[in-house]
Ligand binder design. Structure first.
Ligand code: ZN
Length: 489
């Protein structure tokens, strides 16, 4: 996921007093002593029969491995799915065929995507204080998405280390031109440990996104960023970076430390070889699959994840998991012979990682229908235990969803947390257009160990936790599509 630029730093917990409590005198029982009460609007929207259906959807999801089998196929049989790759194409065909087999109406929406392929990537420090003649210090790095290449024989240059954009600016053109600039912004592991991994990511990822371009503007020969993640197994993290016209690579946290320590002692020179290629744009597709509503087929609830991945791992937690829990929601509704009032639309987005062409195309093709898109859900924060949902909607709409949290309470996915930002990159344009938007919110404590690295592989998905995610997606999706009224805007 990019989710970068969204900087999820100031989410606030919704407090949702039941209206009946509001009318009680101040001397009545304090809220923490009272059982939750159901408002009239909640009761009307979630009659007992619907609550029973939601319960049976949850039970079905918690006892089924459909989603896991799908993500195993996507990651192990198909493999990494970067935009424009043959594997991304195979994944589109596979997901479309699976959803057809479930009885959904499937369309492929054509998307023009960038096609960038990784080449050789090696680096070593060739001069530094205390350098032993004939030796070199190997640096582990990986090219950022869209990066330009060095010549095949590589380049050699002095390394300049900065922590911030301001430090870079203060150096000025004279001390940056012709150099290799390292942005050494730390990833705040304490935030991750405190449950705020996405805030830590939002702070650090600015340097991955905009650092290389800022360095190029001052004439740098190449840019390096400290990997945006908190693994400590010397794993480089790739990811999107604005086109800078110079080689742009992420070094591991360990190697960023090494370079910074040596550069503090004296001049450091690096030999860098990085030979990715930018090929002509390719044709790809969003997979869009409808399970038509019985009463309001024109009203749509989007359930989604992104099908493309980075190329280093196999795209299991980012974001095979999101696609397959959306698929499983449709599978369960069909298997239980349920029929939602409104249309459930499963979308497997293309190119979330390398520019967002899939969501841009959907917005262009469908924005006239956004007034009848009653809600959109995206899962793009991994596959770990779900805590609940991040919401961007009115407080009234959020309050209406409390009965859904009640259904999910048995496994803890009860948090309904309001966010000022769109809770998913692919549904951001819909959210900005006023469509109530929900992001499935997972325990993020390990997500950035693996995200965008070679270690984003199937073994990182715990089957029981994936089942919980499928349950949360399916229950919330069916609820939004079957409650009496569409969510207020
Ligand atoms: Zn993702």
């Amino acid at each position: 996921m990019i989710k970068t630029i969204l900087a999820l730093t100031c989410v606030t917990l919704l407090s949702l007093p039941a209206p009946a409590q509001k009318q009680q005198p101040a001397s009545a029982q304090p809220p923490f002593a009272a059982a939750p009460q159901t408002s009239q609007a909640q009761a009307e929207n979630f009659p007992p029969q619907l609550l029973e259906q939601l319960e049976s959807i949850k039970v079905a999801a918690l006892t089924d491995d459909y989603a896991y089998r799908q993500v195993a196929h996507l990651t192990e049989n198909i493999g990494p799915r970067p935009s424009g790759s043959p594997q991304a194409k195979a994944a589109v065909d596979y997901v479309a065929e699976e959803l057809r087999r479930l009885g959904l109406e499937v369309q492929l929406e054509e998307v023009k995507v960038p096609h960038w392929v990784r080449g050789v990537e090696t680096a070593e420090l060739v001069e530094y204080p205390g350098h032993v003649s004939g030796a070199a210090q190997k640096i582990v790095l990986t090219a950022l998405g869209g990066s330009s290449a060095t010549p095949a024989e590589g380049i050699t240059g002095d390394v300049v280390v900065v922590k911030t954009f301001d430090e870079l600016k203060a150096l000025g053109k004279d001390r940056v031109a012709g150099k290799i600039v390292l942005f050494n912004e730390l990833f705040d592991k304490q935030k991750t440990a405190a449950g705020m991994a996405f805030a830590a990511y939002g702070e650090a990822v600015r340097y991955r996104g905009a650092g290389p371009k800022a360095a190029a503007e001052l004439g740098a020969a190449a840019a390096l960023v400290r990997s945006v993640g908190d693994s400590d197994f010397r794993l480089p993290h790739t990811g999107f970076s604005f086109s800078a016209g110079i080689p742009a690579n992420a070094v591991t946290a360990e190697d960023a430390d090494l370079i910074a320590h040596l550069a503090a002692q004296g001049p450091v020179r690096m030999h860098l070889t990085s030979t990715p290629q930018k090929l002509p744009d390719a044709t790809s597709y969003n997979v869009i699959a409808d399970l038509k509503g019985s009463e309001h087929p024109e009203q749509v609830v989007v359930l989604s994840g992104h099908l493309d991945s980075w190329d280093l791992g196999t795209g299991a937690i980012d974001d095979g998991a999101g696609v397959v829990v959306a698929m499983e929601a449709a599978e369960i509704v069909q298997r239980l012979h349920l029929r939602p009032r409104r249309t459930l639309r499963v979308i497997a987005w293309m190119d979330e990682e390398n520019g967002g062409a899939g969501s841009q195309t959907y917005t262009k093709d469908h924005s006239a229908e956004f007034s009848s898109h009653v809600a959109a859900i995206e899962s793009d924060s991994g596959a770990a235990h779900p805590l609940g949902f991040e919401l961007r909607m009115t407080p009234q709409a959020a309050q209406l969803l409390q009965p859904v949290a009640g259904v999910l309470q048995s496994f803890g996915a009860t948090v309904l947390q309001s966010s000022p930002f769109p809770p998913g990159a692919d549904i951001a344009a819909m959210s900005d257009a006023g469509v109530p938007a929900l992001g499935l919110m997972q325990d993020g404590r390990t997500y950035f160990h693996y995200h965008h690295t070679a270690a984003d592989t199937l073994d990182k998905i715990v089957p029981s936790e994936l089942r919980e995610n499928a349950a949360a997606m399916a229950v919330m999706g069916y609820a939004l599509a079957s409650m009496k009224d569409p969510l207020p805007r």
